[in-house]
Design a protein around this ligand. Structure first.
Ligand code: SF4
Length: 218
């Protein structure tokens, strides 16, 4: 006997709960995909994530920052970094701004490897790329709003996105196709080109960031 429609609808979990379920499955697929791709290079996904983070930090990064970005313990990050150093892909040096601290950066071979690993090949990325552009834009906008909510509660690590950048000005232009503005390059910025890890990013003040996230939500 077919289930009662009204009871079925009533049992449907709230949208937020269903979205978390979908996001959880997507993360699982991306993790297993990453295991497949990175194991070919003898890397764990965490090591590959560290390489990707360092690839975007020409001036290097501290261990603590890397651990925070990946939401892993310092001990786990330290083990992964030690392995990358032993393989010759990461190097340690004194930090320029603090001689007592260590800065981590990619070696030349590490940079080549990071570039290779960064090529779009993951099944989720390929599937996303095949969606209509408008859907991709809507997904990006929705996910950025989610990040904003998490950052308001300090539950999301620093993201070098236009929304939090000193150079960004939202809705400066009347053109709906390119409403925003990047003062660094002095040009209109279409919503679909909003960056999420821009090397030129300069963090705006916390108050400005909070206002921007609020505006994005609205
Ligand atoms: S510098 Fe980069 S992050 Fe900042 S507004 Fe321009 S494109 Fe966006």
């Amino acid at each position: 006997m077919a289930p009662d429609q009204q009871a079925l609808w009533q049992d449907t979990p709230p949208a937020a709960q269903r979205l978390v379920a979908v996001l959880g499955r997507l993360v699982a697929v991306m993790r297993s995909d990453a295991w497949r791709a990175t194991s070919v290079e003898g890397l764990t996904p965490t090591q590959a994530d560290l390489l990707a983070l360092l690839a975007g930090r020409a001036s290097g990064a501290r261990l603590g920052w890397l651990a925070e970005q990946l939401r892993i313990t310092s001990a786990t990050a330290s083990d992964a970094v030690a392995s990358l150093v032993a393989k010759g892909w990461v190097q340690k040096a004194r930090a320029l701004d603090d001689a007592r601290a260590l800065s981590l950066s990619l070696t030349r071979t590490g940079r080549t490897l990071a570039r290779r690993l960064g090529a779009p090949s993951g099944v989720v990325e390929v599937a996303l790329g095949s969606l209509p552009l408008q859907t991709q834009d809507q997904l990006l906008a929705g996910l950025l709003q989610l990040v904003g909510e998490l950052q308001r509660n300090q539950d999301f690590p620093e993201l070098r996105t236009c929304v939090t950048c000193e150079h960004f000005e939202a809705h400066r232009h009347a053109d709906v196709g390119a409403p925003h503005h990047c003062h660094l390059v002095g040009a209109a910025l279409p919503a679909r080109l909003l960056r999420v890890d821009c090397p030129e990013h300069v963090a705006a003040s916390r108050a400005v960031q909070a206002g921007r996230w609020q505006a994005l939500r609205a």
